[in-house]
Design a protein around this ligand. Structure first.
Ligand code: S3P
Length: 431
C-alpha cells in the first residue's frame, strides 16, 4: 500500500467492476462456521486485515481453515495457545467475546491502539449478567481483556444502542446458554447474523415493532450446522465509488454483485434524495442476502438531512456521505450519529477536520455535523491525515478527486483493514 496516497484531480471514472467481499458477512461466515458442526465452503471472503485477524483467531480456537474450506469445532472451542490479536477489528473482538463467554476456557483478546481504546462494556456488561467473567483494562471493559467462559443463563436484555455487534455477541452467547434470550434494540441493526444463523438451522424469533424496535427471542442450547456462503460485494466499500462517480463530472460506473441488504442501503436512499443518478439492476438473492448491480452517473447534488432510524443503515458510510454533502448545493445536517465518535477513530472530528482542511465550511455537533456544500465548486488541495482510520483515508481520497490540485493523504496503510484494492481501483477507473 502506497503511503502517502497522492490523489490528483482528473478525468471521470468509468468502467464496470466488483468490490471485495462484504466485511460483516465475511467475519460471520468464519466465526459461525468455525463454531458449527460440519464443514463449509466460503466463496468471495474479503481478503483484508480485519477478516484475516478473525481467521487467525478462529484457527487458534480450533477451527480448521484450509483455503476456502472451513471445518467447525461442533460447539466446543479449544483454549487458545496464545493471546488472540484482533488487530483493528471491533467486530472480531465483540463477536468473539460473545462466543467465548459460553465456553469452558479462558482467553485473552487484544488489538491495536485504536481497538484498545474502544468501548467493550456494551458487550461485557450483558455477558457478565449471563454469567461470563471479564478482567483487564478499565475493570475488564477495554482490551487487552480476558474472558472466562461459564454455563450461561439467558434472560432479557434491552440494548441502548442499535449495534449488530452487540446483538450478535449476545446471540452467540445465548446459543450456548440455558433458557431464553429476549433481546431488544431501539432500531434494527444490520441483520446478517439473523440471515446466516437461520440458514445454519438455528431457531429464533424476530419481532419488528411499529415504533422501530427490533426484538430477538432465542432459546439455547443450539449448535449451528456449517453452511456454504457466497459473500456479496461490500456496499460499504462500494459507497466510496458511488460517491466518487456522483461528484466527478462525466463519470459513469457500474458495480456488480453488491450486497443490497435493506439494513445496509441507507446511503443509497440518502444519495437518491440528494439527486444522485443511481440505477439498480439484476437484483437477486445469493446465500440469503439480496444483491444486485449499481450504475452511477455524475449529477449535481442537493443538501439533505440525515438522522433518526436511518443512521444504523448507513453508519459506516457517513464519512463519504459527508464528502458528497461537501460538493452538494446547500446545508446538510447529520444528527443522531454519536456512535461515530467510538469507531476506528472519532469520525465526527476526523471528517470535519478533513473537510475543513479542504476549504469546506463544516462544523462538529455532539451527535453529527453540519456541512455547507460548494455546489460542485472544487475543493482546496490539502495534506490530510487519515487518523489510522480506513474509512477516513478513503473518504479523503474521494474528496481529493474534486480538488483544485493534488491532495496528499497521510497514513493510508490502514486501508488494508477493509479494502486493499481501493487505491488501485481508483486509478484503473480513471485510465
Ligand atoms: C458491524 C456493525 C457496525 C459497523 C461495523 C461492522 C458488524 O458496528 O459499524 O463496521 O459487522 O456487526 P456496531 O455494531 O458497533 O454498530
Amino acid at each position: 500500500m502506497n503511503d502517502p496516497l497522492r490523489v490528483a484531480p482528473g478525468g471521470p471514472l468509468s468502467g464496470q467492476f466488483k468490490v471485495q467481499g462484504d466485511k460483516s458477512i465475511s467475519h460471520r461466515a468464519l466465526i459461525f462456521n468455525g463454531f458449527a458442526q460440519g464443514s463449509a465452503r466460503i466463496e468471495g471472503l474479503l481478503q483484508a486485515e480485519d477478516v484475516a485477524a478473525t481467521a487467525r483467531c478462529m484457527a487458534a480456537l480450533g477451527a480448521a481453515i484450509d483455503g476456502v474450506q472451513i471445518t467447525g469445532c461442533a460447539g466446543c472451542l479449544r483454549e487458545p495457545p496464545h493471546v488472540l490479536d484482533c488487530g483493528n477489528s471491533g467486530t472480531t473482538m465483540r463477536l468473539l467475546l460473545g462466543l467465548l463467554s459460553g465456553q469452558d476456557l479462558s482467553a485473552t483478546l487484544t488489538g491495536d491502539a485504536s481497538l484498545q481504546g474502544r468501548p467493550m462494556a456494551r458487550v461485557t456488561a450483558p455477558l457478565s449478567a449471563m454469567g461470563a467473567r471479564f478482567s483487564g483494562a478499565d475493570g475488564g471493559t477495554r482490551a487487552p481483556i480476558t474472558v472466562t467462559g461459564s454455563t450461561l443463563t439467558n434472560g432479557p436484555y434491552r440494548s441502548p444502542v442499535a449495534s449488530a455487534q452487540v446483538k450478535t455477541a449476545l446471540m452467540l452467547a445465548a446459543m450456548q446458554g440455558q433458557g431464553t434470550l429476549e433481546f431488544e434494540e431501539p432500531v434494527c441493526s444490520r441483520d446478517h447474523t439473523e440471515r446466516l444463523l437461520t440458514a445454519m438451522g438455528v431457531r429464533f424469533d424476530r419481532t419488528h415493532h411499529e415504533d422501530g424496535r427490533h426484538a430477538i427471542t432465542l432459546t439455547g442450547p443450539q449448535v449451528p450446522t456449517a453452511t456454504d456462503v457466497i459473500v456479496p460485494g461490500d456496499i460499504s466499500s462500494a459507497a466510496f465509488f458511488i460517491v466518487a462517480a456522483s461528484i466527478v463530472p462525466g463519470s459513469d460506473i457500474t458495480i456488480t454483485d453488491v450486497g443490497l441488504n435493506p439494513t445496509r442501503t441507507g446511503a443509497i436512499a440518502v444519495l437518491r434524495r440528494m439527486g444522485a443518478a443511481l440505477q439498480i439492476s439484476n437484483e437477486r438473492v445469493v446465500s440469503g442476502e439480496p444483491i444486485g448491480d449499481i450504475r452511477v452517473q455524475a449529477t449535481s447534488l442537493a443538501a439533505t438531512e440525515i438522522g433518526g432510524a436511518e443512521i444504523p443503515r448507513l453508519i459506516d458510510e457517513l464519512p463519504v456521505l459527508a464528502v458528497a454533502a461537501a460538493l452538494a448545493d446547500g446545508e446538510t445536517r447529520i444528527r443522531d450519529a454519536a456512535e461515530l465518535r467510538v469507531k476506528e477513530s472519532d469520525r465526527i472530528a476526523a471528517t470535519v477536520r478533513l473537510l475543513q482542511a479542504m476549504g469546506v465550511d463544516a462544523e462538529e455537533q455532539p451527535d453529527g455535523m453540519i456541512i455547507r456544500g460548494t455546489a460542485g465548486a472544487s475543493l482546496a488541495p490539502a495534506e490530510v491525515a487519515a487518523d489510522g482510520d480506513h474509512r477516513i483515508a478513503m473518504a479523503a481520497a474521494v474528496a481529493g478527486l474534486c480538488g483544485r490540485g493534488e491532495t496528499v493523504v497521510n497514513g493510508t496503510t490502514c486501508i488494508a483493514t477493509s479494502f486493499p484494492a481501493f487505491p488501485r481501483l481508483i486509478e484503473q477507473l480513471r485510465d
